[in-house]
Design a protein around this ligand. Sequence first.
Ligand SMILES: NC(=O)c1ccc[n+]([C@@H]2O[C@H](COP(=O)([O-])OP(=O)(O)OC[C@H]3O[C@@H](n4cnc5c(N)ncnc54)[C@H](OP(=O)(O)O)[C@@H]3O)[C@@H](O)[C@H]2O)c1
Length: 162
Amino acid sequence: MLISLIVAMASNRVIGHQGDIPWKIPGEQKMFKEITLGHVVIMGRKTFESLSCPLPGRTNIVVTRQTDYQAPGCMIAQDLSGALKSIPADESEAFIIGGGQLYHEAIYLAGRIYLTVIPRDIPGDTFFPEIPEADFEIKKSKLIDGPEPYHFYIYERVKSRG
Ligand SMILES: NC(=O)c1ccc[n+]([C@@H]2O[C@H](COP(=O)([O-])OP(=O)(O)OC[C@H]3O[C@@H](n4cnc5c(N)ncnc54)[C@H](OP(=O)(O)O)[C@@H]3O)[C@@H](O)[C@H]2O)c1
């Protein structure tokens, strides 16, 4: 099974601010939905709380250290490895969908990264980690045109995990 990260960041690596994503780009959410629909999505508790409800059409797993945490419609895991263990055996690709804490932990496990880059600096308080360039190769690169053009990349792991 493939473990993938999917993320949108500004050119200064900002992904969030005060518990939310500090931009709205037409089309970007649609692409996120198309890629993740039907799959497992794993997220940190703060990212879950930034959503209005579990993502429909996907198996939602929320990672939290809180033993009594309730997230109706979601599975709960006490850490990342617990989340990975609870992925159904027939899943082909599971997605880590944020936020910063989860990305920092999971980038070392990921086989693929779907990366959207908004080509301007945006103020924020949460960042995407540097991609270890020796471990990944860009397999797809596309400029998506629109009112706010952005770059879309797919990185594939080329060096096996440590
Ligand atoms: N641009 C994007 O693509 C994107 C995507 C997703 C999110 N975001 C943004 O990112 C921000 C949230 O990121 P964040 O880094 O603040 O929080 P986060 O990663 O979403 O959630 C952090 C929480 O997850 C739990 N957690 C993390 N690592 C854990 C571990 N190893 N074991 C157990 N629990 C663990 C803890 O929950 P407890 O405190 O409950 O124990 C922790 O407080 C928001 O602004 C959001 O909008 C952006």
